[in-house]
Ligand binder design. Structure first.
Ligand SMILES: [Zn+2]
Length: 152
């Protein structure tokens, strides 16, 4: 699942490939503000606009949401619910954004913490893409498989 900031999802971005390859695009808000610092109305508006923008470009319904920085409060959850969005956090943080020079550590950060149902946090960074095939292979070798989160 790809959580996308609406400001970064414009026609030239590879969103079509993401969808065609069977992935889901969720919202990561308009521009990555810390929602916990905004009022309920501001949060609602941000989420609503981000969903509208992503949906109007991709033509697919946005059903999932990940709060920027993993920061949220009760009003964030209420705003998400109001819009029919499921809030998705994560269980395993790869810390890939800090591992530009030691991408191998992305693999061990994840592989050492695997458990059933765990959601893994990754970013579309150069170092992450570099080790992704190895990461997937390592996870499968340990006997886990990938599933698609699906509401329906
Ligand atoms: Zn983020």
């Amino acid at each position: 699942m790809f959580f996308w900031q609406a400001r970064l999802l414009y026609p030239e971005r590879p969103w079509l490939r993401v969808i065609e390859e069977g992935h889901t695009i969720g919202t990561h808000t308009l521009k990555h503000r810390n929602l916990a610092k905004l009022s309920y109305q501001q949060q609602l508006l941000d989420l609503k606009q981000s969903v509208n923008e992503i949906e109007s470009i991709t033509g697919t319904r946005v059903a999932y949401f990940r709060p920027p920085f993993g920061q949220y409060n009760q009003e964030t959850l209420r705003a998400a619910e109001e819009l029919g969005l499921e809030t998705v956090m994560w269980k395993i943080a790869s810390i890939d954004w800090e591992l530009k020079n030691t991408p191998e550590q992305i693999v061990s950060n994840v592989a050492d913490h695997l458990q059933d149902g765990a959601i893994i946090l990754l970013h579309e960074l150069k170092q992450t893409v570099e080790v992704l095939p190895e990461l997937i292979q390592t996870i499968r070798k340990k006997g886990f498989e990938f599933t698609i989160l699906n509401k329906s």
